[in-house]
Design a protein around this ligand. Structure first.
Ligand SMILES: Cc1cc2nc3c(=O)[nH]c(=O)nc-3n(C[C@H](O)[C@H](O)[C@H](O)COP(=O)(O)O)c2cc1C
Ligand code: SF4
Ligand code: SF4
Length: 251
């Protein structure tokens, strides 16, 4: 069973391709979270978790979802991350999570995809996006074939930040959650047409339309779905995102 979390479509894209090739069922963790549900039954006991990388690690929302889930004895899992700048650092936390949950980890992989974090970065131009997605697509087949046969695969080598120790990564990750992954700076301008797309897109149910305009409720994970999907570019994050290109991969 492929279980994916995706704010702006990259992880969903990789998850769908893996599901097609490996003939596995596919589940959207975002929908489960939105509706307060947990993982459905999985007779194969084989899981493939696909998610974006947030601050060098698996997103906490994904980690906590897995922590709350019940897995049968003998369950096995792969972890596939998508990242703006691939790095192997997330693997360390993933192994610890697997040990905690009694999951046998069959492999971790990371795909470099267009970066979506417009709060801090600039989204690559459309040509570069196409090139990055095409390169990632080429690398899916061998992984999906291994998954179809439940074969372990070698971890991808650590990327540019791979030399950093667990302690440094954990400290930086903590700083991001403490000071940056907050929703106080989200705001909406007069271009808003009260369509409700942002409210619907938020897997955390962190947006409520009040008098037709979004209000953020304080439990944001910075997935970038709302700001990226707004059809009128009416949402901004303070002044940091004004006139910046948004990123969303459909399909
Ligand atoms: C909150 C946040 C933190 C991120 N942190 C990292 C990071 O530490 N390293 C990295 O390479 N990319 C980082 N990114 C970029 C995303 O991991 C990347 O664009 C990913 O493919 C987005 O997946 P999605 O479209 O499925 O949401 C971050 C993005 C967000 C929204
Ligand atoms: S998606 Fe944009 S236009 Fe639609 S309600 Fe939200 S802010 Fe308004
Ligand atoms: S409020 Fe926006 S950025 Fe925050 S979790 Fe919801 S959709 Fe993602």
């Amino acid at each position: 069973m492929i279980v994916y979390f995706s704010g702006t479509g990259n992880s969903r894209h990789i998850a769908k391709n893996i599901a097609n090739i490996s003939q596995q069922s596919i589940v959207n963790m975002g929908e489960l979270l939105k509706n307060g549900k947990s993982l459905p039954e999985n007779p194969s006991n084989l899981y493939v978790f696909v998610a974006p990388m947030y601050a060098w690690k698996l997103p906490r929302v994904v980690e906590n979802f897995i922590r709350r889930a019940n897995f049968s004895k003998g369950s096995k899992a792969y972890f596939i991350l998508t990242a703006g700048l691939a790095s192997g650092n997330a693997n360390k936390g993933i192994y610890a999570l697997c040990a905690e949950k009694g999951l046998e980890c069959l492999g971790c992989a990371c795909f470099t995809m267009p970066g979506n974090y417009i709060v801090l970065h600039i989204v690559p131009n459309p040509d570069k996006q196409k090139q990055m997605i095409a390169e990632a697509d080429k690398a899916i087949k061998p992984l999906a074939d291994a998954i179809a046969q439940a074969k372990p695969f070698d971890d991808v080598p650590a990327g540019p930040t791979g030399f950093l120790s667990n302690t440094i990564i954990d400290s930086m990750n903590n700083l991001f959650y403490r000071f940056i992954f907050k929703d106080k700076k989200f705001c909406v301008n007069d271009n808003c047409i009260s369509c409700g797309i942002c409210e619907k897109a938020c897997a955390l149910n962190n947006i409520k339309l009040v008098e037709g305009k979004p209000k953020w409720l304080g439990k944001c994970v910075h997935c970038m779905a709302c700001i990226s999907l707004c059809p009128k570019q009416a949402i901004n994050y303070g002044k940091r995102t004004i006139k910046k290109r948004r990123y969303f991969l459909n399909g």
